[in-house]
Ligand binder design. Structure first.
Ligand code: G3P
Length: 223
């Protein structure tokens, strides 16, 4: 049997994947996870964490946490808040919602101390290496070239060398698993990422916007 990827479906804030659609999509992800025996996790908007986590048994992560401490920070989304809402992990530093590099390690450490699984995002190998140099390391490092996010050309086809380089950089760091993302849409994209040494993928539009998300998800899972 071929290696099964870890798949994190990032719901972002598409109308197709927020509110009641977030619950519907999470249930699809859960169904495919059970039917195919694949480790599928979902990252959802903060306002959907509670309802989604009550509705499915697969891991539900926050798409973001802010670096601020508890206190006078109106509108912030803090690790303590997403945990209370039911999240068991969080993306941190997605290129669409960065955390200042100087605060990133603290943010990872604080989330880890709360028992949250941490998925730190990096735009390139330099940022990846900075994160891997932290004393408090994330559970996952997700590398995504921003220019390919949301498009039809995947990181696997356009930037395979980025996967190879980031695998090499992460390989020296025990305990950090590597995900790649941006433009992932096909089984070939996933298989290339795995063949080059990634542990899985971070995917959004290929599933969130698919006319049949169940079919789209099943199609990218190696049998
Ligand atoms: O976090 C995943 C995301 O940024 C990739 O987006 O739409 O290119 O799969 P997409």
């Amino acid at each position: 049997m071929r290696q099964k990827p870890v798949i994190i479906v990032n719901f972002k804030v598409y109308s197709e994947s927020i509110g009641e659609n977030a619950v519907r999509l999470a249930k699809v992800c859960e169904k495919v996870s059970i039917e195919t025996g694949t480790d599928i996790r979902v990252a959802v908007g903060a306002t959907d964490i509670h309802e989604v986590s009550e509705s499915v048994s697969i891991p539900v992560y926050s798409e973001h946490v802010d670096e601020y401490p508890l206190g006078k920070h109106t509108g912030s989304i803090l690790p303590e808040m997403v945990k209370t809402a039911g999240a068991t992990g969080t993306l941190i530093n997605h290129s669409e919602h960065k955390v200042p590099l100087g605060k990133l390690e603290e943010c990872i450490e604080r989330s880890r101390n709360l028992g949250l699984v941490t998925v730190a995002c990096a735009e390139n190998v330099e940022e990846e290496q900075a994160i891997l140099g932290f004393k408090s390391k994330p559970d996952f490092l997700a590398i995504e070239p921003p220019e390919l996010i949301g498009g039809d050309i995947s990181v696997s086809s356009a930037r395979p060398e980025l996967i190879t380089q980031s695998v090499a950089a992460a390989g020296k760091t025990r305990g950090v698993r590597l995900l790649v993302g941006a433009g992932i849409k096909t089984l070939a994209d996933v298989e290339t990422a795995l063949r080059l040494g990634a542990d899985g993928v971070l995917i959004a539009s290929g599933i969130d916007l698919a006319s049949d998300p169940e079919k789209a998800l099943k199609e990218i899972i190696p049998s």
